[in-house]
Design a protein around this ligand. Structure first.
Ligand SMILES: Cc1cc2nc3c(=O)[nH]c(=O)nc-3n(C[C@H](O)[C@H](O)[C@H](O)COP(=O)(O)O)c2cc1C
Length: 207
């Protein structure tokens, strides 16, 4: 009887240690898939781009940073559209409240943003002017109201001349103009995750 108990304990312990080894292995594999230090910077007013940022984070790991301004945009949609149009016309770069510590330690920087006025939103222009991403992999992702990326991905390339800018990801998000705020939720969120994973494999961030 005592032998039987000892035998069971030994079997139990070896199963447990097997599990923890498998866990370590899978964590190591996750890190191996990029082998790099990942930063995910995103701008999101109504949380659609944030939903994609969270999916990327869940699958590729890394540090998330939401871009916030020293002076936030107005609550009112039309007032924001007007302010963004003025900023784009004058080249004004709104000062950022968000500070990224030690940007140099990151090798891979995902940058997420909605399309605003068919352009890269001014806060993301501020970010790319303020931080030097030379030598890093820069990976854009976008949500939009149904009109696509406009010139945003091209502007990312222009503002990161010494980075390797990989193929970006885009998906339809909300349409604040029509009262649709967060749209990437439920089934749409699940579908978006499938598409994000496919894209991360294509650009070799995931195996
Ligand atoms: C100021 C402003 C301008 C926008 N301009 C466009 C546009 O030019 N084209 C488009 O497809 N969607 C446009 N949209 C819609 C957003 O791109 C879309 O709702 C996006 O999913 C919002 O992302 P977020 O929830 O992360 O803020 C605009 C939204 C705002 C607030």
């Amino acid at each position: 009887m005592r032998h039987a108990i000892v035998f069971c304990i030994i079997i139990g312990l070896s199963v447990l240690s097997g599990c923890s080894k498998a866990q370590e292995q899978s964590n190591r594999n996750e890190n191996l898939s990029t082998g790099k230090n990942v930063l995910i910077v995103y701008l999101s007013r109504t949380s659609n781009t944030k939903a994609i940022a969270q999916i990327i984070h869940k699958n590729a790991g890394g540090t998330m940073a939401a871009l916030e301004l020293e002076t936030p945009y107005p609550e009112n949609y039309q007032a924001t559209v007007q302010q963004v149009a003025d900023e784009n016309a004058t080249g004004f770069l709104p000062p950022l409240k968000t500070k990224i510590d030690s940007i140099e330690k990151y090798d891979v920087v995902f940058i997420g943003f909605p399309t605003w006025g068919m352009q890269l939103p001014p806060p993301m222009k501020s970010f790319l002017h303020q931080y030097d991403l030379s030598g890093k992999k820069v990976i854009p992702f976008n949500t939009n109201g149904g009109y696509g990326i406009g010139s945003s991905f091209q502007t990312v390339k222009e503002l990161c001349p010494n980075s390797e800018v990989l193929d970006g990801f885009t998906v339809k998000g909300g349409s604040e103009r029509d009262g649709i705020l967060l749209a990437i939720t439920g089934d749409k969120e699940k579908k978006a995750e499938t598409e994000v994973i496919k894209w991360l494999r294509k650009i070799k961030i995931l195996q």
